[in-house]
Design a protein around this ligand. Structure first.
Ligand code: GLN
Length: 446
């Protein structure tokens, strides 16, 4: 059914970069047999899923939507790919994204522009746009994405589905092609909050192969959905309801807050005063880390190698010139500049200090509130082509998701209404490792 649905819709939606049909059918038969024979099978046995193409999958091409990795077939699984297999999930295929997860519209893919199933003239968001569109179009019941500055939450918001960015460290990054290692997190994109809890359960947990993986007890996330929100204290950051936010998006969020009130929660305005510096700090830090992480793509070790180089330096130069798209080059140049001697203190170091101030904003707010709630993105999905020539405008779409990433705290985007026929996402932000509270609130609201 999944492959029939993909065949019927993907000509338009263009979510998949690689299909895993033969292998998937074989696995499905294997689970069938096991089940018939009464053998133990995993919690998600036989459930098909799509995986963002920056998460490596053994024997299945992984491109990061880059020409550079056009021919890259990993020899082992990412931690999460292995975890999904252990739970019985069948990989349907790999999903489109902005190249190396840099972007917010999927227009930076070297292969195709994924379309928003709600309006195919519009972007699905990004960078996990393929992951969001595939779920919204009913191609797969869930997918995995990655979120560095909003890349799970923003496309979930634009596509009217549920997207969870876990606390930094809860899900291992082993086998996630690194963009900005201090920010990257893998998480589920699903149709319901219950599904989000089930998938998180399968992928969370300590991993010795990721030095930033947290060694914490993993609660039962589905059980956590049971409680209520009576007495819950919600803070609404006033900076998230400011001028740049579409009034119809604001209205949908205010309506959601009324629902929370009717369920016994209380809310009031709170200030996260350093919000206005978050986008600038993020683009310095993320680009700096990217410039370092992407130095491994040299035409020697991975992927596509340029033909007929004059010498070794020329091999690097040609491979990188041909392999990377313009947004990736822009970030490598910006990051290299920010890290260079003489500029380091003025840019990278200062951005790190700003990051600390932003984190302190959240620490303070969470002394008083259990959850922070606001919109996921300032607008609904925009038209394809509308912002691609204006990187600064594009960067501002992440203004409400980036602070959460810099602070490392968990947040979910859950659909909270419509504006002019397009879905609006509600962002529910929690304390570190309190995914349970985030999921419970989102579930009650859903
Ligand atoms: N849109 C943001 C960027 O371009 C966030 C990307 C992400 O979270 N991977 O960096």
């Amino acid at each position: 059914a999944v492959f029939a649905r993909i065949a019927a819709t993907d000509g338009t939606v263009q979510a998949f970069l690689t299909l895993n049909e033969e292998q998937a059918r074989a696995e499905a038969r294997r689970y069938d047999d096991k089940y018939v024979q009464g053998e133990g099978i995993g919690a998600l046995a036989g459930i098909p899923a799509g995986i963002k193409d920056n998460i490596i999958t053994e024997g299945l091409r992984t491109t990061c939507a880059s020409r550079f990795l056009d021919n890259f077939v990993p020899v082992h699984d990412a931690f999460v790919s292995r975890k999904l297999k252990e739970a019985g999930v069948i990989t349907a295929g790999k999903l489109n994204m902005d190249e190396f997860a840099m972007g917010g519209s999927n227009e930076n893919s070297a292969y195709q522009v994924t379309r928003n199933p709600w309006d195919v003239e519009r972007v699905p968001g990004g960078s996990s746009g393929g992951s969001a569109a595939a779920v919204a179009a009913g191609q797969v019941p869930f997918s995995l994405g990655s979120d560095t500055g909003g890349s799970i939450r923003q496309p979930a918001s634009y596509c009217g589905i549920v997207g969870l960015k876990p606390t930094y460290g809860l899900v291992s990054r082993f086998g996630l092609v690194a963009f900005a290692s201090s920010l990257d997190q893998i998480g589920p994109l699903t149709r319901t909050v219950e599904d989000s809890a089930l998938v998180l359960q399968a992928i969370a947990g300590h991993d010795a192969m990721d030095s930033t993986s947290a060694n914490v007890d993993i609660p039962d996330y589905t059980a956590a959905l049971q409680g209520d929100v009576r007495g819950l204290r919600i803070g609404v950051p006033k900076e998230y309801m400011g001028e740049g936010v579409d009034p119809k998006v604001k209205q949908a969020v205010l309506d959601a807050l009324k629902t929370f009130e009717s369920l016994g929660a209380t809310w009031e305005e709170v200030s996260l005063p350093h919000t206005e510096y978050a986008v600038a700090a993020y683009y310095l830090l993320a680009s700096s880390e990217a410039s370092s992480n992407l130095s491994r793509f040299d035409g020697v070790r991975y992927g596509v190698r340029a033909e007929n180089p004059d010498n070794l330096i020329d091999l690097y130069f040609k491979s990188r010139s041909e392999g990377f798209g313009s947004e990736v080059k822009r970030r490598i140049m910006l990051g290299t500049y920010a890290l260079s001697s003489g500029y380091y203190d003025a840019y990278y170091l200062k951005a790190q200090k700003v990051r600390t101030l932003i984190k302190q904003d959240f620490d303070q707010a969470f002394q008083k509130y259990d959850l922070l709630i606001g919109p996921t993105a300032p607008t609904t999905a925009f038209k394809i082509g509308e912002q691609i020539n204006n990187p600064l405008q594009m960067y501002m779409n992440d203004i409400l998701t980036i602070p959460v990433s810099l602070a490392g705290v968990p947040a979910i985007s859950v659909p909270c209404g419509m504006a002019d026929g397009l879905p609006v996402g509600l962002q529910i932000i929690g304390k570190p490792f309190d995914e349970s509270a985030v999921l419970r609130a989102a579930h009650l609201f859903e």
